[in-house]
Design a protein around this ligand. Structure first.
Ligand code: PEP
Length: 252
């Protein structure tokens, strides 16, 4: 059975005290709500990770928003997956569209980052998604397929089985525009079909595929009710404890 996951992505928000305060609220609310194999995760800026893991990493999984592909060395300002693991994290977002767009991260680089994450026993939340132009000109299936092929389809079946995928249409991130549940389901089913073709049906059935893009407490229930949507990657709404926990509760 694949896991149901609601993962927050704080992005470059919240100073240290604000992060501690928000996370404490989330932990307090989530500990009474979480059921079975459903997971709540918060991905936060590096400065927060050590404290968040200590404060409630047993209730809410902790993840980084990025990592460097190398383990150590002369890469001033960078953070490796090994370092992230050492502070008690379980997850790393890889290939968020903001990393692809603003920092020029290519599928090839993201493939290396995914390997580094897996080598350190962390779960990659690997993001794919099309731009508005690609949606409108009908090339989105090709775009998504190539992001999968070049980013994560080089992994062995054993490694691939540890990956979580997030489908995040770029046009829906932080814009207030949400993919309709039909649009999202269509893409999630496509991704699962591609996984089955590359690996096998059991691997496809066991892969958690999250939706991201202006997901909020009002639209989460309809999105998460779709057959192939296994939860969400939540940006803006993860900065409000009530909204984030209401999205987590959608699975109850
Ligand atoms: C994201 O950044 O991953 C995201 C989905 O953002 P938002 O929910 O704000 O659209």
């Amino acid at each position: 059975m694949r896991k149901k996951i609601v993962a927050g992505n704080w992005k470059m928000n919240l100073d240290y005290a604000e992060g501690i305060s928000l996370f404490s609220e989330i932990v307090n609310m989530v500990k009474d709500e979480k059921k079975g194999d459903q997971l709540a995760v918060i991905c936060a800026p590096y400065i927060h990770l050590n404290s968040l893991a200590k404060l409630g990493g047993d209730v809410v999984g902790i993840g980084a928003e990025n990592c460097h592909e190398k383990e150590s060395g002369a890469y001033t300002g960078e953070i490796s997956a090994k370092m992230i693991k050492s502070v008690g994290c379980g997850y790393v977002i890889v290939g968020h569209s903001e990393r692809r767009q603003y920092f020029g991260e290519s599928d090839q680089l993201l493939a290396q980052k995914t390997v580094a994450v897996l080598q350190n026993d962390l779960t990659p939340i690997f993001c794919i998604g099309e731009t508005l132009e690609e949606r409108n000109n009908g090339s989105y299936f090709e775009v998504l397929k190539s992001q999968l092929e070049n980013g994560i389809f080089g992994l062995s079946a054993a490694d691939f089985s540890k990956v979580v995928i997030a489908y995040e249409p770029v046009w829906a991130i932080g814009t207030g525009l949400t993919a309709s549940s039909d649009q999202a389901q269509e893409v999630h089913a496509f991704i699962r079909k591609e996984i089955a073709a590359k690996y096998d049906q059991a691997t496809a059935d066991n892969t958690s595929i999250l939706y991201g893009g202006s997901c909020n407490p009002k639209n989460a229930a309809e999105l998460f009710a779709q057959n192939d949507i296994d939860g969400g990657l939540i940006g803006g709404a993860s900065l409000k404890s009530r909204d984030f926990v209401d999205i987590v509760k959608t699975f109850n």
